[in-house]
Write a protein that binds this ligand. Structure first.
Ligand code: NAP
Length: 245
């Protein structure tokens, strides 16, 4: 996609709300045809209707390998190509490590890490054949620093960074870029339940003195998909207002 003047279709996962919806709005405004993925069909249909005829909903659980393969087949049938992939869908299942059950450990790995694998694995052959493509994986600063109460989520997000570097190395020779973004504290439903005291404590650690927005992340996604980023691959861009400096 980086080398093309015609904008190629982009798959955005986790597009039903939060960062993914902001990414979808930003890319649609830039003129990208979009395939929106999440489990909530209604929310996807509403966003697709808002963003116009080149934006289509593909409801799917990204933890389900077969479902993801069907979505990618459908996207190729509908749009004819896949030029970009934004692996954004994700979830948390927080808890202290010493009390963490195997099921609790696996939940974010199955969605965040395996889901990213499922979509990347499905689009990689198409992009390699086309000798172009850009994959943007949404990790987290927690994948870089770790966090008490989030061992499972941290492992999933660190795994995404290692996956990003490996895919960049394997696919670079075929003209495919793969990068990650590590957002800090972004105001969405995922962060809505944090107690006031925790939020205030985090704000004190952010040099830019504000929490991030979905648009803050969406702008960096658009950059990484664009020709301006064509010589960047395997990197993790931290978008956190300076929080982990
Ligand atoms: P959010 O508001 O909770 O949205 C999560 C999105 O992922 C929703 O669209 C959800 O849609 C989708 N999703 C969850 N599980 C899914 C599954 N099994 N299959 C398909 N879609 C699924 O979260 P957010 O804050 O926008 O986070 C987006 C990404 O940024 C996540 O990867 C998150 O880890 C990362 N991140 C967020 C922050 C932050 O501060 N908010 C910081 C760092 C990184 P459905 O429920 O409809 O399936």
């Amino acid at each position: 996609m980086n080398e093309q003047t015609t904008l190629q279709p982009v798959i955005v996962t986790g597009a039903s709300r939060g960062i993914g919806a902001a990414v979808a709005r930003r890319l649609a405004a830039a003129g990208y045809p979009l395939a929106l993925v999440a489990r909530s069909a209604e929310a996807l249909q509403a966003l697709a209707a808002e963003l116009g005829p080149d934006v289509r909903p593909y409801p799917c659980d990204i933890a389900d390998w077969d479902a993801v393969q069907q979505v990618v087949t459908g996207v190729v049938e509908d749009f004819g190509a896949v030029g970009g992939l934004v692996n954004n869908a994700g979830m948390t299942r927080d808890g202290l490590f010493v009390r963490m059950s195997p099921e609790q450990w696996r939940a974010p790995l199955e969605v965040n890490l395996n889901g990213t694998f499922h979509f990347t694995r499905a689009v990689a052959p198409l992009m390699m054949r086309a000798r172009q493509g850009s994959i943007v994986n949404i990790s987290s600063v927690i994948g870089l620093t770790g966090n008490a109460g989030q061992a499972n989520y941290a492992a999933s997000k660190a795994g995404i960074i290692a996956l990003t570097k490996s895919v960049a190395k394997e696919l670079g020779g075929r003209g495919v870029n793969c990068n990650a973004i590590a957002p800090g504290f972004i105001t969405t439903e995922m962060t809505a339940d944090l107690p006031e005291k925790v939020r205030d404590g985090m704000l004190g650690q952010i040099p830019l003195k504000r929490f991030g927005t979905g648009e803050d992340v969406a702008g960096v996604v658009e950059f990484l998909l664009s020709p301006a980023a064509s010589y960047i691959t395997g990197q993790t861009l931290v978008v956190d207002g300076g929080m982990i400096l």
